[in-house]
Design a protein around this ligand. Sequence first.
Ligand SMILES: C[S@@+](CC[C@H](N)C(=O)[O-])C[C@H]1O[C@@H](n2cnc3c(N)ncnc32)[C@H](O)[C@@H]1O
Ligand code: SF4
Length: 316
Amino acid sequence: MKNKIYKFLFLKKINLTKAYRSAYYIFKKRFTNNYLIKSLSIISIPYFTYKIINNIINRKIDFYELEFPITTICSLKCKYCSNLIPRYENPINFPTNVLIQDIESLFGMVSKIYNLKILGGEPFLHEKLDKILDFIIKSDKIVYITIISNSTIVPNEKILNILKNKKIEVKLSNYNNIKELNKVDEIIKVFEKYKIKYQVINNPWFDFGNFKSRNRNIKQLREIFFKCPNRYFANVLFNGQYYICPRSAHGTDLGLIPKKKNEYFNLRSNKSNIEKKEELMNLINKIEFINTCNYCDECLIENPNYNIEVTPGEQN
Ligand SMILES: C[S@@+](CC[C@H](N)C(=O)[O-])C[C@H]1O[C@@H](n2cnc3c(N)ncnc32)[C@H](O)[C@@H]1O
Ligand code: SF4
């Protein structure tokens, strides 16, 4: 049943992050004076109900969406990159065997990943992408795979043949201000020829701000975390660790944001699978906010304009 619902959403290209944001904006506009209603969103209620049933009663962990950065190498240097990729001084492609081991290790605890989002950096720059995809496609625990690309690279024939797989969809970012590098039209032509599922994305971008503490109190941090779409749709498996959001993953990895023990989960520890599953479940169920919420403007509660929009793909 869950697979069918997910298939429907995936095939109809329903972007839940967008749906969440729109629902939140509608509630916010209509009931600005009522804190409780303001804080609710259409998606939060089914999300929490599902989470309670699945995690607490069935003792199962499923991920609706999980981001999986396979590289920190990129062909662009975006000023407002949400994954902070241009800040990596020595970017690398993560070794294939390590990436596969991390996914296998996650499978020791997790029953399903409905959409594994492969990204980076630029995923088409990973020279072993074929091997990574071969492994992921074969896994029954992964229902769909989305590859997010900046549309600067036309994949080679070997990759194109793999991308034809029904489980895969490619999201092509369309950055208008990198005209000479943007190959979206060329890629679309090739994808049409190979009958590859794709979607061109022109989503708004936001400035998540600097890396100074915002000095928020616990009440504010809880409110931000509750509203943040990333906690629902952008959990990350990065470099052997599970994080709630990309800013937490990359910000702490780069040493820009202090890393607190209770906001990530180390998949590569020597603990047993039972212990690890318990730890991951505790993190997912009990967390009220993460330290990174104090270093982020994604859900800027202090600002009535909410988010600060910037030009997508603006280069440094
Ligand atoms: C970090 S990128 C990595 C994949 C690929 N390099 C790309 O740019 O599409 C993943 C997604 O985050 C989006 N993104 C990056 N920075 C953003 C920002 N400041 N605000 C909103 N979305 C952002 C990108 O447009 C893309 O859809
Ligand atoms: S947003 Fe820009 S810098 Fe960041 S990974 Fe994508 S293309 Fe690279």
